[in-house]
Write a protein that binds this ligand. Structure first.
Ligand code: FAD
Length: 288
């Protein structure tokens, strides 16, 4: 199916993007990689009157870690993360997740920020950002705001982002001590969305005590969720198999899976249990 008619602009500065968004409000949609927006327009699930293509804005494709954060600009593609030495060294959860996103065609075009803004409950990046305690940076003509990822998604395909705002970057805190993480994903076939995905993130102090823990789940709730009780059970403790098994049990309880073509709810809950334990063990290996 063809999408309905729409206007198209391709500004070359962020200020121009923001001006168009301010003028057109919810008639306009930002076009980044187009890997979710274009299929949804073709299916006529969405029909924006104007597309604001940001691909010609220079300087939005940075991966920077010069301050206390790993900063990922709005035009960083999934495959830029796969290829990034910096991400490989600075954030293991992101490095592990990137190759799991779909196939090479989608990874070449789709963006990390676009995925976060899109808030598809089957999307992998939102779980990574939740587990790592990331912030979303949004700009409009009124200024900039920094939104904790935990407050960003309000439901399936729904966020606190205003139609006038552009996500300019996501900011992932760097490990404070010995840190590690990973992303474990089950998919029916290569390139599929997750049947279950589990993002894990650990930070340990010099004595080996867990100071920060992040666990977030993909495809097992109406949107990506943190397993908060599981995280709380880990903080202040020394890592052990028994502790990780307890956290895995709490994560499985936090999941709200449904029976569907990808598997039964019971099966998915068991996958969350196994992947959380496995993910925490891998995170600890990285931290060591
Ligand atoms: C066949 C296929 C398989 C896929 N498999 C997976 C998968 O396994 N895992 C996974 O996580 N994803 C998967 N995806 C989705 C893919 O990751 C998309 O790239 C991603 O969801 C959206 O990023 P995008 O840059 O393409 O955004 P677009 O499609 O350009 O935009 C998506 C939405 O976000 C908004 N938006 C985009 N960027 C910004 C911004 N900077 N500021 C404000 N709003 C913005 C747009 O207005 C639109 O509403 C798949 C897609 C396809 C087509």
């Amino acid at each position: 199916m063809y999408p309905p008619r729409f206007d198209y602009v391709a500004p070359t500065t962020v200020d121009e993007v923001l001006a168009v968004l301010a003028e057109r409000g919810d008639e306009a949609k930002v076009l980044a990689g187009g890997q979710s927006l274009i299929p949804m327009m073709k299916l006529r699930f969405v029909f924006p009157e104007m597309l604001v293509d940001v691909n010609r804005v220079p300087g939005l494709d940075y991966i920077d870690h010069s301050d206390g954060h790993l900063r990922v600009g709005a035009l960083v593609r999934h495959n830029d993360v796969v290829a990034s030495d910096v991400v490989g060294r600075v954030n293991h959860t992101m490095a592990a997740a990137a190759p799991w996103i779909s196939d090479p065609l989608v990874r070449n075009l789709g963006t990390v920020c676009g995925s976060v803004a899109h808030a598809d409950p089957l999307g992998d990046w939102a779980s990574v950002m939740l587990a790592c305690g990331a912030d979303v940076v949004a700009r409009s003509t009124s200024g900039e705001r920094v939104i904790p990822m935990a407050d960003f998604i309000t439901g399936p395909f729904t966020t606190v982002l205003e139609p006038t705002e552009l996500v300019t970057e996501v900011r992932v805190p760097k490990y404070a001590g010995r840190g590690g993480g990973t992303y474990v994903k089950l998919e029916r076939k290569v390139g599929d969305y997750a049947t279950v995905g589990v993002a894990t993130h650990l930070d340990l102090d010099g004595s080996g005590t867990i100071t920060t823990a992040g666990i977030a789940l993909t495809s097992v709730a109406p949107n990506n969720i943190r397993a908060v009780e599981a995280e709380q059970a880990l903080v202040g403790q020394s890592p052990s198999d028994a502790l990780f098994a307890e956290a895995a049990e709490l994560a499985a309880r936090a999941a709200e899976p449904k029976d569907d073509v990808r598997g039964s709810a019971e099966y998915k809950r068991q996958v969350v249990r196994v992947f959380t334990r496995r993910g925490l063990a891998t995170a600890l290996e990285h931290a060591a």
